[in-house]
Ligand binder design. Structure first.
Ligand SMILES: [Zn+2]
Length: 105
């Protein structure tokens, strides 16, 4: 499950768990479960990947907008040629090295 942090001071959501709130700098907050749904705003296709990801190229990294009002960049588990702006995506898994991974919904 994908989680965000709701700031105890300003009430805004952020994805940077373990860090101060990016909006007000407060340390307080609580974990909030996200729906895992999202919409693809834009993306880039990595064709020449850094060393340890070289075998996975080409792969897409997308800018996503979540219904909770957050934006994030995430690896897309999809054929990069089949992506379309505005398409629905869904959270698939949280990879320790690659971060959140989404796939077409
Ligand atoms: Zn805050």
């Amino acid at each position: 499950m994908l989680k965000a942090r709701r700031c105890a001071e300003c009430g805004k959501l952020s994805l940077e768990a373990g860090h101060p709130c990016p909006f007000c700098g407060s340390e307080g907050g609580s974990a909030v479960a996200l729906s895992g749904r999202g919409r693809l705003l834009s993306w880039t296709v990595i064709r020449v990947a850094p060393g340890r990801y070289a075998a996975e190229a080409p792969y897409a990294v997308g800018l996503l907008e979540l219904p909770e009002g957050l934006r994030l960049t995430a690896r897309l588990e999809a054929d990069p040629e089949q992506l379309a702006a505005g398409q629905a995506v869904a959270f698939a898994l949280l990879d320790p090295a690659r971060g959140p991974i989404f796939r077409p919904a």
